[in-house]
Write a protein that binds this ligand. Structure first.
Ligand code: PGA
Length: 243
């Protein structure tokens, strides 16, 4: 696991965009795994600017980590909506090659099976972007999620519902379930970049990097990944002792 500490959120976003750009220039048909939430917004802004300056996404395939279960793709709080608004509408990606689990599919099991099959058919994910929850979740794999898990329907932890309430009018509107790639699906990605900023992530980052590898702290599994980089700001790094 490599740790890169950036001065602040803007620098974190730029360092991440530099990495995505350099990989994309070498591999125009990149299979890119994407995350949502507040953390990657700066990265997406950077990528949009770089696209305006000529960076080509026309051959890229994307897979998002997760989607709220029960929200239709046009719901403003859905991750479909988020991806369109913050990235896809502003770059030249072929929308037919963008994939996000369909939270409106009544058959969640089939939806997740199909999703895993599509990742496989694309040859696997070359580069996966991750955020991290305050409780150490990656994707919507909450504490206790099995390391052997593939995509599935999962229950959101209470702290995740509270953290994500800011995207909804009322806390009771936050879906209680989601479709998420599993830990095993994430670990199969060839390269992983985890982004984190802010003091509220410092505990989760310290445990993920320096704590025991345990299902109680899902991101700790990344210690076992052969090509994983954490790009974090100073505030999120403040509880690390070994750097
Ligand atoms: P955030 O969410 O980027 O909105 O903090 C991260 C996550 O829950 O994975």
């Amino acid at each position: 696991m490599h740790i890169k500490i950036a001065k602040d959120y803007m620098e974190m976003s730029k360092v991440a965009a530099d990495l995505v750009e350099s990989i994309l220039r070498k591999r125009p048909g990149l299979v890119l795994g994407l995350a949502t939430g507040s953390t990657p917004l700066g990265l997406y802004k950077e990528l949009v600017q770089r696209h305006k300056a000529g960076l080509d996404f026309s051959k890229v395939t994307t897979f998002n980590l997760d989607e709220y279960y029960g929200l239709s793709p046009d719901h403003p709080a859905s991750y479909h909506y988020y991806m369109g608004e913050h990235l896809f509408e502003h770059i030249n990606v072929d929308r037919a090659r963008t994939h996000i689990p369909n939270g409106a599919n009544a058959d969640a099991v089939q939806e997740c099976k199909n999703y895993e099959a599509k990742i496989k058919a694309a040859g696997g994910i070359d580069l996966q972007i991750l955020g991290i929850g305050n409780n150490g979740h990656i994707g919507f794999n909450e504490p206790g999620a099995p390391f052997g898990g593939t995509a599935g329907l999962v229950d959101l932890a209470e702290e995740t519902i509270e953290a994500n309430a800011r995207f909804f009018e009322r806390q009771e509107d936050v879906p209680r379930q989601a479709l998420s790639m599993g830990i095993k699906s994430i670990m199969q990605c060839a390269q992983i970049v985890l982004l984190a900023n802010g003091a509220n992530k410092a505990d989760a980052i310290a445990k993920a990097v320096e704590g025991p590898v345990t299902e109680a702290l899902p991101a700790s599994v990344l210690q076992l990944h052969p090509n994983c980089t954490f790009i974090i700001d100073e505030a999120a790094a403040q509880k690390l002792t070994g750097v």
